[in-house]
Design a binder for this molecule. Structure first.
Ligand code: ZN
Length: 239
């Protein structure tokens, strides 16, 4: 059983009727509903919970953490960010969605500003540029999102391990929409679609990509501690 925690700041859905109409139970519940299966168990966590719903115990019981944040980035305490960072370094997978590019945790793991160009409502064509990658399994050469926020290059991230998707927008911009990274033992996937005013997380290809990313990012090994350990030279065999 793969254990997923979906973290959502859960602010827009409570403050905007437009967003509430798209995600009446919150983006986190929408993601939980399509991810849950016989093989995947999902819990949700939000900014308003004690410790943002991300206690040591919860993180220790999480294989993959999914992150949706936007206007509440600064309200996530640094202590929680360090806790998530340590969990990733020790092997927990992390999927950062949409405006999570400016979250404290993503910027900390990247070490760069993660800035980009943006514009409201545009049509996006998401191209699969790495069809052999596990996250691209079952995804056609491209699919379209009729309404999505334009994110454009230059995206100030470090060079990704792999670019799986490139977004093209009707205004002509392009963006590295699906990128993978490794930090410590942890696998990280950044995925651009998912502006809160549009039903992006109801798109079957977007759902498939997030399911694939969970399968790809789940830990295959855990590093229990990060301390340097002195090792005695092995004694020679007397045989
Ligand atoms: Zn947005």
């Amino acid at each position: 059983m793969t254990k997923v925690t979906v973290w959502n700041e859960y602010l827009h859905e409570k403050e905007s009727e437009t967003v509430a109409a798209v995600y009446p139970k919150g983006i986190h519940t929408c993601i939980k509903d399509f991810l849950t299966s016989d093989e995947v168990s999902v819990r949700t966590a939000t900014l308003d919970m004690p410790a943002c719903g991300l206690s040591e115990e919860i993180l220790a019981d999480t294989d993959v953490l999914i992150w949706w944040g936007h206007k509440g980035h600064e309200r996530v305490p640094d202590e929680i960010v360090s806790r998530v960072q340590n969990a990733v370094l020790q092997g927990m997978g992390l999927i950062v969605l949409h405006s999570g590019h400016k979250s404290k945790i993503f910027m900390k793991l990247m070490g760069t500003p993660c800035d980009l160009l943006w514009r409201d409502n545009d049509r996006e064509r998401v191209w699969c540029v790495n069809p052999a990658h596990p996250i691209a399994k079952g995804i056609p050469p491209y699919f379209e999102l009729e309404h999505e926020e334009m994110y454009g290059e230059h995206f100030t991230i470090p060079t990704p391990d792999d670019v799986v998707f490139v977004g093209w927008f009707a205004g002509g911009e392009v963006f590295r929409s699906g990128c993978t990274f490794t930090r410590g033992m942890g696998k990280i996937f950044y995925f651009q679609p998912g502006h809160e005013e549009y039903p992006t997380y109801k798109n079957p290809f977007v759902q498939q990509i997030i399911k694939n990313a969970v399968e790809w990012a789940k830990p295959t090994a855990h590093l229990e501690k990060l301390a340097c350990t002195h090792l005695e030279k092995p004694t020679e065999s007397k045989n």
